[in-house]
Design a binder for this molecule. Structure first.
Ligand code: PSU
Ligand code: MN
Length: 303
């Protein structure tokens, strides 16, 4: 296993000193946002994690290795290159073996974080059950991974490009806790609320860290979703964004976009149709998740 994992100096040092570490994914960089906002976001989010007392570890596949922590030129490579593979659980072995550049999704970032013994992972939104699943069977591998792999994912819920009630049902079946941060409602990514009531909520990073520790102590497998609503001042109007999402989903269906191309297609259509407003909100909510993720990781090390 050691042959396949390469830590950056910063992360290596943090592990040596038992400092809190927060994992970050790279699909959000390569396939979730346009250049150059993607690399600016990536660097800024790392800085936010540092200034909240933790060490960032952005994860990607480069030259046959799982990289835990990226240098600035590697972030640039992921942000700019045309031929970065989108790597979920299915693709991991192939992209490592063929030494291609790969951006990790929520699912594969969880796998790599667990291998690297990193418990906390910050992102924007998780994948889920797609709208129209009865025709396409499109259910993100992120949900299966959350049922298997012991990593806590701090996100702003899931975009309503997905079927949110079905996504929550799936997570319930898999036994994945979904904990609203200072809210009883599932956040819908661009908006703080979805009208869907959650089973659990927590009010502080400390109380979340304690739930994570207790789950570890009980050896319960699988992840935890911490659902952190986008701050009101950066959120979009629900009617505005829902209309855009509906149009984007329709366009994807008409064009026959499917499989791993579906989510990146929808994300870029939404940015285009909202004239960049959705991108602005997306960046703000990832930053907001980074603050919370770092605080939870810090609180966890103090238990
Ligand atoms: N949702 C977002 N932004 C993203 C993604 C999801 O709002 O960038 C990315 C994540 O990497 C997630 C992946 O793991 O898309 C899900 O892809 P799929 O639906 O093909 O499983
Ligand atoms: Mn899919």
């Amino acid at each position: 296993m050691k042959n396949y994992i390469e830590f950056s100096k910063e992360v290596q040092q943090a592990k040596h000193n038992s400092q809190p570490i927060v994992a970050l994914e790279s699909t959000i960089i390569s396939h979730g946002m346009p250049y150059p906002q993607n690399v600016e976001m990536a660097k800024n989010v790392e800085q936010i994690i540092r200034s909240n007392g933790a060490v960032p570890a952005t994860i990607a596949i480069i030259n046959g290795k799982i990289k835990i922590g990226l240098e600035s030129d590697e972030l640039e490579l992921l942000a700019k290159s045309e031929n970065v593979a989108k790597v979920s659980r299915r693709d991991l072995a192939e992209i490592i073996a063929t030494k291609r550049i790969g951006a990790t999704t929520v699912a594969s970032t969880m796998i790599c974080a667990e291998l690297a013994e990193i418990q906390f992972f910050v992102t924007g939104g998780i994948g889920g059950v797609h709208r129209g699943v009865e025709h396409t069977m499109d259910i993100s591998a992120d949900l299966e991974e959350l049922g298997e792999t012991n990593v806590t994912v701090i996100c702003a819920g899931a975009k309503s490009i997905l079927d949110l009630p079905k996504t929550l049902e799936y997570l319930e079946t898999k036994g994945v806790p979904v904990i609203g941060y200072q809210t009883n409602e599932l956040p819908a990514f661009f908006t703080p609320d979805s009208g869907i009531t959650l089973n659990s909520s927590a009010d502080s990073p400390e109380s979340i860290a304690l739930i994570c520790k207790t789950k570890n102590d009980l050896s319960l497998k699988g992840g935890i979703v911490i659902a952190n609503p986008v701050p009101k001042e950066h959120s979009l109007s629900k009617t505005y964004i829902d209309k855009i999402i509906k149009e984007a989903v329709k366009e994807a269906t008409n064009k026959g976009i499917s499989g791993k191309d579906s989510t990146p297609f929808l994300l870029s259509k939404i940015v285009e149709k909202s004239e960049g407003q959705s991108l602005e909100t997306n960046i703000k909510l990832v930053e907001n998740n980074a603050v919370l993720g770092a605080k939870i990781a810090v609180a966890f090390t103090q238990l």
